[in-house]
Design a protein around this ligand. Structure first.
Ligand code: UD1
Length: 420
């Protein structure tokens, strides 16, 4: 199993280039199951989850032609379509459930593995199932699989999500594209990745209109046209680099990111003392000598502060000048990095879903264990400013969502080595 060896403390300086967004690419790739025509998807991040999704599409009969640098893919429907999404592929990546909507909309039949829970929470798929049911899908759960079918085309209807869910919004939008008549979805998640998905589908002829802040209307059509689309950049990766600049008191130019998609995060970092300059597709950020603490940070749906940057922000707050608090509202078990950060010297206490973080910590290097994707990168940030050597084990979690992060960090001055 690969691990990282990091020698700190270090200060970062230079340019980093943000990769394509994993969370935008996954639903876009799943939605290619709707197409009869060939589709080209560009700006893919070279991360494990994308490889898993492409393998899943292959297992469903799509012909996958990856470019040499693996950043773009041409996907063509084969004559040999299948509707069975196996446990072995869906268990490692919960986004596997995103093939259910397109399969049922296009082939009126699907057998899809239930993804199961994961370390950060139970993460059920009841919202996905209940909205697809409202569109006409019938299903039974047997031996860990969703056995679903519909009598011909799905039928458009009016649905209000009881809770905001990124994945359920995506699955429903994708399915509604080929439904009969109009679907109105209310109380949708409006993460930029969802807007990227609707932009892609619209570019292929789907009739999708955002008519309110959280309302989208989809007029079903018979088939989509061929399309070529470049996936948006990864706002979580960009946010992670911003935090890296602040924690090391360094300064970097983050390239290939629209600053608008991380406005909330940039405002918080500014409050902490960071100097920030933005242009259309770039952010210059300089960490302050003294970081100010933050009170009452809460993770919430976009446009609020994202749960996917919670662990990274917590590391930064450990280095601030006072006490801060973070409340995690999205996932029930997303403080697993706390125990590992304590091993580096952090003073953090947790009461239910609220973490109380004491500032002024000087981290000391240690051997660490990654628990999930975002927790792993938080440990990397801490190790970058810890005195001495840190070893971070089980970085396969990190490889699921960050493209060659060690190369990007080494280029800006971090002493980091992958040991295979
Ligand atoms: C997506 C992102 C993930 C991010 C999360 C929240 C992808 C591939 N993943 O995950 O990185 O952390 O949004 O921004 O884009 N829930 C239910 N029933 C459901 C669906 C969700 O109870 O059917 C709950 C979840 O357990 C969670 C909350 O709703 O507590 C939000 O989850 P959701 O927005 O669906 O997250 P994902 O789509 O799984």
């Amino acid at each position: 199993m690969d691990k990282f060896l990091i020698k700190g403390p270090c200060k970062i300086k230079g340019n980093v280039y943000v990769s394509g967004s994993k969370n935008a690419a996954l639903p876009i790739l799943a939605s290619t199951l709707l197409f009869d025509q060939t589709v080209k998807i560009k700006n893919l991040p070279r991360v494990k989850d994308i490889e898993t999704m492409l393998n899943l599409l292959k297992s469903l009969g799509s012909i996958i032609k990856l470019s040499k640098n693996k950043k773009s893919v041409i996907i063509t429907k084969s004559k040999n379509k299948k509707v069975f999404a196996s446990y072995s592929l869906v268990k490692t990546m919960r986004a596997g459930i995103l093939v259910l909507g397109p399969l049922i909309a296009k082939y009126h039949k699907a057998i899809t593995s239930l993804p199961g829970g994961c370390l950060i929470g139970a993460r059920p798929v009841n919202y996905h199932l209940s909205t697809l049911k409202r569109l006409g899908m019938k299903y039974q759960i047997r031996k860990g699989y969703i056995h679903a079918n519909s009598k011909g085309k799905l039928k458009g209807t009016k649905i209000k999500f009881s809770n905001i869910s990124v994945g359920a919004t995506e699955n429903s939008i994708i399915a509604a594209c080929l439904a009969k008549g109009k679907t109105i979805l209310k109380n949708c998640a409006i993460e930029p990745e969802i807007k990227d998905l609707t932009k892609f589908l619209s570019s292929a002829g789907a009739k999708i209109k955002w008519t309110g802040k959280r309302t989208v209307e989809i007029e079903g059509i018979n088939s989509l046209n061929s399309a070529s689309y470049s996936v948006m950049s990864d706002r979580i990766e960009a946010g992670t680099f911003c935090i890296a600049a602040c924690i090391t008191r360094g300064n970097i130019v983050i390239k290939n990111i629209d600053p608008k998609v991380i406005q909330t995060e940039l405002n918080l970092l500014k409050k902490m003392g960071a100097k920030i300059k933005k242009s259309k597709n770039e952010i210059y950020i300089k960490g302050p000598k003294k970081l100010k603490s933050l009170n009452n940070i809460e993770t919430k749906e976009y446009p609020n502060f994202p749960t996917d940057l919670q662990a990274q922000l917590m590391v930064l707050l450990c280095r601030s000048d006072g006490r801060s608090t973070i409340t995690e509202n999205i996932f029930e078990n997303r403080f697993m990095h706390v125990a590992e950060l304590r091993r580096l010297g952090a003073k953090i206490s947790v009461k239910e879903n609220k973490a109380i973080i004491e500032g002024g910590t000087s981290f000391q290097g240690a051997e660490l264990m990654s628990s999930d994707l975002r927790a792993s990168v938080a440990l990397v940030l801490a190790a970058m400013v810890a005195y001495g050597k840190s070893t971070i084990n089980r970085i396969y979690h990190l490889d699921r969502g960050y493209e060659k992060i060690e190369n990007k960090l080494r280029k800006v001055g971090v002493n980091i080595k992958r040991i295979s």
